[in-house]
Design a protein around this ligand. Structure first.
Ligand SMILES: C[S@@+](CC[C@H](N)C(=O)[O-])C[C@H]1O[C@@H](n2cnc3c(N)ncnc32)[C@H](O)[C@@H]1O
Length: 471
């Protein structure tokens, strides 16, 4: 924690646990022998990629052309590859250690962790055959999967595994390696623990729970339609829990085929993400700027609170994302959203009505970040995290905040958000920024979602601009 970090903020505020969390014990994907050869081929194709691709997109491209697979097969292959992704580092170290007969696997793990920083892990992992990955995965996770036939030296591997497991479990920095965590993340985790006041149990739940996919979260566009939407989803086989306009859905068939989705009654949006739009507090009639709107997940949630009264300016550096926003807004029936391409290199030229009142009532900066809070859904994202990436992103995040601040009217609100749990991108960044911005004060900040709710992990800070300019 940086010197002078105020204790009141360091404590953080742990939100109430709104949902019973499922068991956080990861298990092996439901394995049927006949699926193994194709799983091996998929791994071979993935490892032909010189750089680690975004695995969910890569996999859907691969499976799109394979019409022979049914829904259950597709779910299995996705689940299996994602599981390998979660444990990429321990799987790689186990096989390397076994092949080299390394006896001190604690020292070896720390040394290799430093060498394989960021996505360099991919260069080592892509050397491994699918059979050994699968074999070590069976050791790491409880389940009933059979060893691949290629593994003939199993009597030697088992005692090796038992020795390594004992060595890692005995070292505080390495114990979570068994859950797929890099020792290099240890300091970041300690900072998070301190900032949020987590107990050891919360830290453990946070680490192990990264390996379990959260449920599908939906947001009802118009509260008046909530009951009808819930009823339709139940009719087509979903189990649904409701929390205001957030719906937790499990099971069922493709959500995209439901009338509720096609007619704009619902959007897919994680629960934590929905809390960010709530924190902005947009009201009908106000002028809002969503500075990093992307495909519009939060823009639409803000629009939903304004009911076509007032105006939203949605900007992003990527024009193609704003096109998606346009489609989604039309489907939802929101007509008060204006879109502009904007790069935080320069200030935004304010729309006339915002200029007339001295700026926007509320500005949301949903900043580009490491996305560390989405590892439960995108497990490969964790292998891109490095100190270098964090340093680059915090520079960009600060620049975006600097450019967004003058567009907030006196007395208005600026909300800074990330889908990351790293304090460097969140509390630390906001504290440093506030020291240079005497016109703004922190109203409150919060880490929302996992490990308290079965969702992603996100952070937001609500910053208020003073009514009168600072002297
Ligand atoms: C976390 S995402 C936004 C997600 C979006 N708000 C949502 O809820 O769907 C961050 C966005 O910042 C945009 N971005 C990155 N660099 C930027 C820059 N220099 N200026 C403006 N936007 C930028 C990215 O294109 C990305 O869409």
């Amino acid at each position: 924690m940086p010197a002078g970090y105020p204790q009141a903020l360091a404590k953080g505020r742990v939100n109430a646990m709104p949902y019973n969390l499922p068991s956080l014990q990861p298990v092996m994907p439901d394995f049927r022998g006949y699926r193994y050869p194709h799983l091996g081929q998929l791994w071979e194709r993935l490892t032909a990629e010189p750089e680690l691709p975004q695995v969910d997109r890569w996999l859907s491209q691969q499976l799109r052309s394979q019409k022979q697979f049914g829904r259950q097969d597709r779910l299995f292959y996705a689940d299996a590859l994602f599981t390998v992704m979660r444990y990429l580092l321990p799987l790689t170290l186990l096989e390397e250690g076994y092949q080299r007969q390394v006896s001190d696997m604690a020292a070896y793990a720390l040394e290799r962790d430093a060498e394989l920083a960021g996505d360099r892990i991919w260069q080592a992992a892509r050397e491994l055959p699918a059979s050994v990955l699968w074999y070590w995965l069976i050791q790491l996770l409880p389940g009933t999967a059979e060893y691949p036939r290629e593994i003939e030296d199993e009597p030697f591997r088992t005692p090796y595994w038992e020795r390594v497991q004992a060595q890692w479990a005995a070292d505080e920095r390495l114990a979570w390696l068994l859950d797929g965590w890099r020792p290099a993340w240890h300091d970041w985790l300690a900072e998070r623990q301190q900032a949020s006041g987590w107990t050891a149990e919360q830290v453990e739940r946070f680490c192990t729970g990264q390996n379990i996919r959260p449920p599908l979260w939906l947001r009802v566009q118009k509260p008046a339609q909530a009951a009808a939407v819930e009823q339709e989803l139940k009719q087509v086989g979903f189990t649904v829990d409701a929390d205001e306009d957030a719906l937790k859905a499990r099971g069922g068939r493709s959500i995209f085929q439901t009338a509720a989705f096609r007619l704009g009654g619902i959007e897919i949006q994680d629960w934590a993400s929905q809390q960010i739009s709530r924190a902005v507090g947009a009201r009908p009639g106000e002028l809002i700027w969503d500075a990093c709107a992307g495909g519009g997940g939060k823009t639409l949630a803000l629009a939903s609170r304004m009911n076509n009264l007032g105006a939203i300016t949605a900007t992003d550096i990527r024009a193609w994302k704003l096109e998606e926003l346009k489609r989604r807004a039309k489907r939802a029936g929101w007509f008060n959203i204006r879109r502009f391409e904007w790069d935080a290199e320069a200030p935004l030229k304010l729309p006339r009505e915002a200029r007339q009142q001295g700026g926007f009532d509320r500005v949301l900066v949903d900043a580009p970040c490491t996305s560390a809070g989405t590892w439960r859904r995108n497990p490969d994202a964790r292998w891109r995290l490095s100190s270098h990436q964090v340093a680059e992103l915090t520079r960009l995040q600060t620049r975006i905040l600097d450019q967004a601040a003058p567009a907030v009217r006196p007395g208005g609100t600026l909300v800074y958000a990330t889908c990351s749990w790293l304090t460097a991108e969140n509390e630390q960044l906001v504290m440093a920024w506030l020291q240079r911005q005497p016109e703004f004060r922190l109203s409150h900040q919060q880490l929302v979602g996992f490990p308290e709710a079965d969702a992603d992990t996100m952070y937001y800070a609500v910053l208020r601009r003073s009514e009168a300019p600072a002297q």
